[in-house]
Design a binder for this molecule. Sequence first.
Ligand SMILES: [Zn+2]
Length: 197
Amino acid sequence: MTHPTWPGLLRDAFNATALDDDVVKGARRHKRRGMIRSVGSVPGALSGVVQDGAEFWHVNWRIAPIDEAGWAEIERDIHADPVVMVALLESGAPARTRDVEEILSRLVPDPADLEATCDCADWLVPCAHALAVGLAFAEATRDDVWALLLLRGRGRDWLVVSEAAARARRLLDRLGGRPPSEEVFGPVPSGARVSSG
Ligand SMILES: [Zn+2]
């Protein structure tokens, strides 16, 4: 396993939206020359700026977020393997176990769910600028998987909260279903009396 799976799958998904080989070649050229000035993701959207000669073009990609049912399934699979949870909670590039690869690959959108705009007004959509931003983003997810999770609708806090909730459920199970507060601040035994002197 020399390369993680998901950046390549993501790159293929963006490339599959190109209507023309020249768009792919142009995008690679922009990327190779380091003309992509910024790339950032928010839930459901990716944006970036590409310098082309003296001009700066603004790119936006709209990407359908994963629905609640889809995320519930992914959350279950993350909780099923403690190694996956730890790998995802680590910052930077996660440990690449087969399960981590599999879960992250499922976050890659279908090309049909990718929709680009660019203010260069090229009649080919996506234009080379838009595709360059997509390809730069795909590469960046190699070391920053959270950019991909965020793009599909979940921030890092989501996993932290989800992990804490799972811990709380396990603790409750161990205590036989009673809230932990009863263990610590239980009722005063009936035999105890406050001394009145
Ligand atoms: Zn453009």
